[in-house]
Write a new protein. Sequence first.
Length: 567
Amino acid sequence: MIAHFFNLFFLCSLFFILSMGVVLAKLNIVSPPDKVWVTEEKIFLAGFVEDNQNIKKISFKGAKVILPKDGKLLFDGQTFGAILSLKEGLNKIEVSSGKDKIVLDIFFLSEKYQKRGKKVPEGFKRFYVHKDPSLISCKECHVTRRGKLDLAYVSSTPANCTTGKCHSDKGKEKYVHGPVGAKVCITCHSPHGSFYRLSLERQGQELCFACHEIKREEFNKKIIHSPVEEGCIDCHDPHESAMRFQLKGDGQTLSSLCFNCHEKELFTKKHVHGPIGTGDCIACHNPHSSNFQSLLMAPPEKGEVCFLCHTDRKEDFSMEFVHEPAVEDCSQCHDPHSSDNRFQLIMPGASLCKTCHEEISPEVFSAMNEKYFHKPVKDGNCTACHKPHSANYSSLLISAQEVLCFSCHVDLGDYIKSSRYKHGPVETGDCVACHNVHGSKYVSLLIRYFPPAFYTDYKPEYYDLCFGCHNREIAKTKFTSILTNFRDGEWNLHYLHVHRKKGRTCIACHDPHASDQAKHIRPEVPFGMWSYPIKFTLNPNGGTCVVGCHAPKSYNRLKPVNWNPDI
């Protein structure tokens, strides 16, 4: 265990020493490292000696010292520096002080060299240095501790690159990155050089996390925004911007940044979602990472992400019957960005409903292609009767069936409410027992055929609608003692009416909805342009009917009146 500890200590110590530069007993080179290749002809070489003696003399071989002049190197106590001019190809640079000597292999890959097909030797690593190096004193960046220059610590004195003619344009915008504002460029850039582009101290996110460590967790969720994976500078200017957080937008709206990648046309249709209209994309999306699809702030299921803003609409989604798309994802029906349709619907009206219901409710859409249309259906206005999100009534109806129907059919509703006797389906509010609410090939949207003419010859198929519930034998049997109470003795008076020379249909006598008279006898009967009243009196064993078109007629099941069957 002790041996393992010393081995680990030795490796850690060696890593620290090597990270500072190429090391010998006393002479050290900070930059550039050994076996690197560069694309700049001029490089800055910096070094120091480890003992407490100031440098007396530094010698260079294999490269031309151009600043300062030969024999007059920049000395600052134990540190030294020089600007060297490289030749194309491999440069073996020998740096010596007294008996100590270091040899560096630096490969200069110029444009001409590349065009001639020359390649970097194997084992050499790319090193990025400043293209126009300047010779500065080490004291400009490093602190003096106990009378000795400490190369491991950087001073708080600004290492300002924004003066002069090179980077003087930086730091002028409204929002400036902290290090730029503080004129401490070396927070992000190495003044000597780096293995990373632009001489950065670190690469990608790790450079930013050196200061913004608290934000690291925000970048580690299930789904990561692709610019984040590549590096923060796709969205943030590392120096300055007209927008907060140094965002690369137009200085007006956040969406201007998003439009750098995302197609603007998707967001500029006739009806625009509120956050999009104000350029506030992050109202719904996390710009860095998220555990939810499309980088949403909350799950799309059950409208959770929508309820971050639309809290007032929550009740619309929590009734007894919930529309399946509302459970799964609002974007199945609504475009979350913009649409040419009201409410940002992805398709207009019935066309949207048809995308699902043509398959799951084929009978509905086949009915819509029939001869007779319900007006809301013809107008493509499904929401006139159905709630699109949830409802307390089956089929997502806005209200109870009869209440819904009478909201348009007001006169009929008032008549039914004021009537004493109501037809069974009307009594139970079951309008669809007789009517197809979407469309029908039969007049009045009836679900089965019923003759539209007042007078018609008897055919069994003419009464399919009524005989869907009532016994069809009452129109086929001339004499009976059990099929109906509307008989004179055993003479079936239903048979009499439908089999006459001018046969009557059921609605000649009965109102299919309601009436104030027993047996739903209608209050009047039409005749051409006129209307004759009907007065029906029900007796224990029969009844009497007074109609304007003929004399009063009575019937009695026990004491027949002996109606003439041929009348």
